[in-house]
Design a protein around this ligand. Structure first.
Ligand SMILES: [Fe+2]
Length: 385
C-alpha cells in the first residue's frame, strides 16, 4: 500500500545496531517487491530469516483446465462445493485462470498447522463469510465478512478463523495488486473522486512477538509448486517494522458507490487492478434518478475482456436463476445483458441491495475441471423467452 505504517520497536536510523535490553543484536530484514525499487518494509527480528532446516518440494499445485468449450456463457453454483477446500492456503478449489490471474474458492474450517507464503503472486482474499485474525510477520489484522484482504507476495501469514462458517473467494495475481491509477495523485494518495480512501484501509494493528524455537513449517508457493520450508524458529518473531509493504484489509461495505442521473458504466465500480485484469465491487446503492432512466445495464459486448461475476447475495437486478455464491463467466466474443423482462422491470426502481464482485480479464480464462460438477448447463439458453 502506498502509505507508511509502523508497529513495534526499531532503531532511530536504519541499518544501525539495534539490540534487546539483554544486548541481543536483532536481525534486519528488507521485504519488498520489484527488487529494491518497489514498495518496501524494514523488519527487525529476533532470529535470522535464513535459518532454514529443510526445504522440500512436495506438491504440484495443479490447475487442470477443461477441454476448450467453445464460446459459451457459463454459470457455476460455487457454494455447492463445500465438501472440499478446508485449508485457506492449500486446499483451495480452482475455478478459473489464465497467465495473469487465478480464481479459487475455499471453505476454511480452522487454523492451518503450518504457515503460508505465496512467493509467485499477490492475493486478494474476499471474505464472503467469516471473521477472524490474519496472523503475519507484519502483525495481526482482524478481518470480517465483506473484507478484501490484500496480501502482497512473500509475506508469511496464517488465517485464524473465529467464526465457524467461512467462505473465501480468492484472486491470485501474477503482478502486484494496486488501487486504480486514475484515483491516485503523483504521490500515490487516493484523490477526492475515489470511492474509498486510506482511512478505509486497515493495516495490521498488533505485533505479537513469538520467541519459540523448534521446527516451523512454511508452505511456500512458487512456480505452481508447493515447497515445505522448515525454519528453526517461529516465523513471527518481528519486534518492529516500518514501511509501505504489509497486508491490509478493505471492506466492500466501505466502498462508496458512484451513482448518476443515468446508468453509470462498470468502471465506476472498480476497486483494484493488476496487469491484465480489473476487479469491481457492486454494492447497495441508489438507482439512476432521470425520470426515464433504465437502471438495469444495457446489453454489451465485452470485446477484449472475459467477465466473471461472483454473487455475494441472491439479489441482482439483471439476472434470473442465480443464487448466493453463483459465479458467471461471460467470455470475450459473446454479447450479454439483462434477462428478458429485467430491463423494463427496473424502470422506476429506487435502489438495489445487490452485492457482487466482478473480475474482468484481458486474457481468455480457462475453466478448471474442479467446478464442472456444479455447472448450470441451462444458463446459456436462459435469455430465450
Ligand atoms: Fe457485463
Amino acid at each position: 500500500m502506498p502509505f507508511y505504517h509502523k508497529l513495534g520497536d526499531f532503531p532511530h536510523k536504519r541499518h544501525t545496531a539495534f539490540k534487546s535490553k539483554k544486548g541481543h543484536l536483532y536481525e534486519e530484514h528488507l521485504m519488498g517487491n520489484h527488487g529494491f525499487s518497489g514498495l518496501q518494509s524494514l523488519l527487525y527480528t529476533i532470529r535470522r530469516p535464513t535459518s532454514v532446516l529443510e526445504v522440500e518440494t512436495y506438491h504440484l499445485a495443479k490447475w487442470e483446465a477443461e477441454p476448450p468449450p467453445g464460446l459459451q456463457l457459463r454459470h457455476f453454483f460455487s457454494h455447492r462445493l463445500t465438501s472440499q477446500g478446508h485449508s485457506p492456503a492449500t486446499e483451495r478449489i480452482p475455478m478459473m485462470f489464465n497467465k495473469d490471474v487465478a480464481i479459487s474458492i475455499a471453505f476454511p474450517q480452522g487454523t492451518d498447522e503450518f504457515f503460508y507464503r505465496n512467493s509467485q503472486g499477490d492475493e486478494i482474499v474476499f471474505v464472503t463469510e467469516g471473521a477472524g485474525v490474519l496472523e503475519s510477520q507484519l502483525g495481526e489484522l482482524d478481518y470480517r465478512q465483506g473484507d478484501y484482504i490484500v496480501i502482497p507476495r512473500g509475506i508469511i501469514h496464517r488465517f485464524r478463523p473465529q467464526k465457524k462458517k467461512h467462505v473465501f473467494f480468492i484472486v491470485e495475481s501474477r503482478s502486484a495488486v494496486t488501487t486504480p491509477r486514475r484515483y491516485r495523485n503523483d504521490h500515490g494518495q487516493l484523490l477526492e473522486h475515489s470511492p474509498f480512501c486510506e482511512r478505509d484501509m486497515r493495516p495490521p494493528t498488533r505485533l505479537k512477538v513469538h520467541d519459540e524455537q523448534g521446527e516451523f513449517e512454511i508452505v511456500t508457493k512458487q512456480e505452481n509448486m508447493l515447497n515445505r520450508v522448515v525454519l528453526d524458529h517461529h516465523p513471527f518473531d518481528t519486534v518492529g517494522w516500518d514501511g509501505f509493504y504489509f497486508p491490509w484489509a478493505f471492506s466492500i461495505h466501505d466502498f462508496e458507490p458512484i451513482t448518476g442521473r443515468i446508468h453509470q458504466p462498470p468502471p465506476v465500480h472498480q476497486t483494484f487492478e493488476g496487469e491484465g485484469w480489473v476487479l469491481c465491487s457492486f454494492v447497495p446503492r441508489m438507482y439512476d434518478y432521470h425520470p426515464e432512466a433504465i437502471p438495469a445495464p444495457y446489453n454489451h459486448s465485452n470485446i477484449g475482456m472475459d467477465e466473471v461475476l461472483y454473487y455475494c447475495t441472491e439479489k441482482f437486478m439483471s439476472r434470473k436463476g442465480i443464487e448466493y455464491g453463483s459465479v458467471t463467466l461471460h467470455p470475450d466474443g459473446m454479447p450479454h445483458g439483462p434477462h428478458p423482462g429485467k430491463a423494463a422491470a427496473s424502470i422506476g426502481k429506487k435502489k438495489t441491495d445487490e452485492l457482487a464482485v466482478m473480475l474482468d480479464t484481458m486474457g481468455r480464462l480457462k475453466v478448471a475441471q474442479s467446478v464442472l460438477e456444479v455447472e448450470d448447463a441451462a444458463y446459456e439458453r436462459s435469455w430465450l423467452d
